[in-house]
Design a protein around this ligand. Structure first.
Ligand code: BES
Ligand code: MN
Ligand code: ZN
Length: 490
């Protein structure tokens, strides 16, 4: 849940206001006299004396709290570090730390002196409210002891802080938290049907329409590759398509496609038991797509988008596919299933080619917890990026830098496509050499035709990272929601 109630702005001067907590930012070497002048005489002297007594300099990751005598019960001053090294990402982390302080101290209403944090620039105001929301996130839906519950917080900004920038940041922060929630729910609750219902709910918004295909329709639709994975599970698989038309009719849509494996046992090529519980996160690609869908439904950008999700469990049921089975994908290519645990690419093969053929998108981006190998290459720090179009790759890199959601490009040279040529069918779902992340990317490339396309392998970034500071201590991160929204907007 998000322990944040409202974010508002006021034009009234700080001295006219009251709150349980006042937050003030200070860059390194800032003049305390200026800070003192913001406050009434008593609070100002008290704060200045305290700052001097403790030798507070405004260095990063430092802060101080004093008790106010009137107006503000507490005043918390936060070190922002050197002004010249300041970034949007540092702002996001600082805001998130502020929120954790607020929650830990069970504070219910907060006044933030926007000017002292430099929130006059809209990009910083947006980052700040993203950070507040992200830092307030905890996943405690299944804890029955709520006695330690923190209070919902009301935040007011004073000074020159743009309320629209704050609103955008709040919506994006909430979209990331929604994506985290989807990732964190266990597989007995969050099924393909659950994802389909959430998509239907979101697409009640203006300019949106959802279509859900059930597993019973897959074979006759020609989704043979997806069906091969879905048939081992009792829980019905779904292909979810949401169309968003915020742009002009003549504008080609962009397509966002997610791997939604609500649980991956490996199928007949069963995974070992250790940490298999983490395979509830194998739907995080679809959670990224749905996080963006959520933000788009509210912010209504002027573009057309196709959101598509392939969702199923990968189970070793009695009707499960076997290693060696040959299936035919939507685009007609035949695939030899050498390992039923390489199932994500089989699902995406059909969803990618279905979207490509039926919607002729301007470009497609897929998100998938596709390979354990990407953790070997990049750890939890960056998502693996591959694609067939340099312009699109560069756009993603640009948005990645601005949003600080790290990506790293891996090559898709034609030699890697040779590594997935099949013995008995056109291609096989296992690479013949190492480079597991790249051969998986080369496999997907077979299903996108000539459409510009990129693939993000988020197996290392969708859960696990504990930094920067606005990441949750445990569980899903909501990776790439902010990155992709930035790309859409620009
Ligand atoms: N969902 C897994 C990938 C994964 C593994 C994500 C570990 C996060 C942590 C995927 O379906 C899978 O099982 N991939 C196999 C592919 C292999 C059989 C070619 C893998 O990475 O081991
Ligand atoms: Mn698998
Ligand atoms: Zn998987």
């Amino acid at each position: 849940m998000i322990n944040l109630n409202t974010i508002k702005t006021t034009k009234r001067p700080l001295l006219d206001l009251e709150s349980d907590l006042l937050l003030i930012g200070s860059f390194e070497g800032a003049n305390f006299n200026l800070i003192q002048k913001k406050l009434n005489v008593d609070n100002g002297i008290q704060l200045k004396n305290a700052l001097e007594a403790d030798g507070f300099k405004g260095e990063k990751e430092t802060s101080m709290t004093v008790y106010g005598s009137s107006g503000f019960k507490k005043i918390h001053i936060v070190g922002l570090g050197e002004k010249k090294d300041f970034t949007l990402d540092k702002m996001r982390s600082i805001a998130s730390n502020c929120m954790r302080f607020i929650n830990e101290n069970k504070i219910q209403n907060v006044l933030i002196d926007g000017d002292s944090f430099g929130l006059g620039k809209n990009a910083f105001a947006q980052s700040y409210s993203e950070g507040l929301v992200l830092g307030s996130y905890v996943f405690d839906d299944y804890k029955t002891d709520k006695s330690k519950d923190v209070k919902l917080v009301d935040v007011i900004f004073c000074g020159k802080t743009d309320s629209n920038a704050l609103k955008t940041g709040q919506v994006l922060g909430e979209a990331v938290c929604f994506s985290r929630d989807l990732g964190n729910h266990p597989a007995n609750i969050l099924t393909p049907t659950y994802l389909a219902n959430e998509s239907k709910r979101i697409s009640k918004a203006k300019n949106m329409k959802s279509t859900i295909f059930d597993v019973s329709e897959f074979e006759k639709m020609g989704l043979g590759s997806f069906y091969g994975v879905a048939r081992g599970a009792k829980e019905p698989a779904k292909m979810i398509i949401v169309e968003y038309n915020g742009g002009s009719k003549s504008q080609k849509p962009i397509a966002l496609i997610g791997k939604g494996l609500t649980f991956d046992t490996g199928g007949i090529s069963l995974k070992p038991g250790a940490r298999m519980d983490e395979m509830k996160f194998d739907m995080c690609g679809s959670a990224t797509v749905m996080g963006v869908m959520n933000a788009v439904s509210i912010l209504q950008p002027k573009v057309n988008i196709i959101f598509a999700i392939g969702s199923t469990e990968n189970m070793p049921g009695s009707d499960a596919q076997r290693p060696g089975d040959i299936v035919t994908a939507y685009n007609g290519k035949t695939i030899e299933v050498l390992n039923t645990d390489a199932e994500g690419r089989l699902v995406l093969a059909d969803v990618l080619s279905y979207v490509d053929k039926n919607y002729k998108p301007k470009f497609m981006i897929d998100f998938a917890t596709l390979t354990g190998a990407v953790l070997v290459a990049l750890g939890h720090r960056a998502s693996g990026l591959m694609g067939n179009d340099e312009k699109l790759i560069n756009k993603i890199k640009k948005s990645s830098e601005i949003t600080d959601e790290k990506v790293w490009e891996l090559p898709l040279w034609s030699e890697y496509s040779r590594d997935i040529r099949g013995k008995y069918a056109d291609i096989q779902n296992l690479g013949k050499s190492g480079a597991g992340t790249i051969t998986a990317g080369a496999f997907l490339k077979e299903f996108v035709g000539d459409t510009p396309w990129c693939h993000l392998d988020i197996a290392g970034t969708a859960w696990g990272p504990k930094e920067p500071g606005y990441q949750p201590k445990i569980g899903a991160t909501g990776v790439a929601v902010r990155l992709i929204y930035h790309l859409i907007e620009n």
